[in-house]
Design a protein around this ligand. Structure first.
Ligand code: NAD
Length: 243
């Protein structure tokens, strides 16, 4: 199949050292992209980059606009921007701490806005924006009210950018993982034995996701073959969310 090569493209992946982020970096690199692995965890970012043919690691704290400015300054330009980094602080909404809301807003929504504002002007004639949201934002998820609110904000941002940036040759889409086997989910599962099996029973395809399940769609959306897909919100969740 033609139109799948990303040779000559530079891709910046936030949270590229995490569970889903590492798989996204691997798939983009596999299609020939040069990858910038941007993460708070510099050592893990270096490890991820070292395993790829053409990649660099960059430390960034996405909660800090100054750190995002520095990252954009060092990188200069990117053809592909995958906003993957995110945090989830799980607590019943009525007990939730507004300080947690602020941190999730900064990392999950403000950072994608801020970084896109810095790098989108440099995408001239071709570009890809992919926002990693969550099925929790599409369907609701117990204990994730504030998280879901920040992730739902990405829907409006991505659709607006799909309209505004189309004339620049830039597409903008949202990918929503369902429960996926990463450190983020394992942290919760460790406190709730049996949770993963319970989730799997509710999923039509009868298992939780793997990072590669999400990465495959993200990588495809970045290719020329996906050049007519924009403004879309797509779930990768084994059929648990069907709309
Ligand atoms: P993860 O916790 O395994 O990895 C997240 C990565 O983001 C880590 O490498 C971490 O160091 C980095 N990060 C965190 N805070 C940062 C900051 N301030 N600045 C820079 N980097 C920072 O998470 P994951 O499960 O791989 O999730 C990836 C994305 O997918 C997230 O946006 C998450 O909300 C979303 N998601 C995950 C699931 C799931 O079940 N795992 C489900 C739905 C959505």
């Amino acid at each position: 199949m033609e139109g799948l090569s990303l040779a000559g493209r530079t891709a910046l992946v936030t949270g590229g050292a995490g569970g889903i982020g590492t798989a996204i970096c691997a798939d983009l690199a596999g299609l020939g992209a040069r990858v910038v692995v941007a993460d708070l965890d510099e050592d893990a970012a270096r490890t991820t980059a070292a395993g790829l043919p053409d990649a660099v690691a960059e430390r960034v704290d996405l909660a800090d606009p100054g750190s995002i400015d520095d990252l954009a300054g060092r990188v200069g330009a990117a053809d592909i921007l995958v906003h993957n980094a995110g945090i989830s602080i799980v607590e019943p909404f009525v007990d939730s701490d507004p300080a947690s809301w602020d941190l999730m807003w900064k990392i999950n929504l403000r950072a994608p806005m801020y970084l896109t504002r810095l790098l989108l002007p440099g995408m001239r004639g071709w570009g890809r924006l992919v926002f990693i949201s969550s099925d929790g934002a599409r369907a609701g998820s117990g204990g994730e009210g504030a998280y879901a609110a920040t992730k739902a904000g990405l829907f409006g941002l991505a659709k607006t950018l799909a309209r505004e940036a189309a004339r620049q040759g830039v597409t903008s889409n949202v990918v929503c993982p369902g429960p996926t086997d990463t450190p983020m989910v394992r942290t919760v599962a460790d406190r709730h034995p049996g949770l993963v099996d319970k989730l799997a029973r509710q999923i039509p395809l009868r298992r939780i996701g793997r990072p590669a399940d999400v990465a495959g769609l993200v990588a495809f959306l970045c290719t020329d073959r996906a050049g007519y897909i924009t403004g879309q919100t797509l779930s990768v969740s084994g059929g648990i969310t069907m709309f």
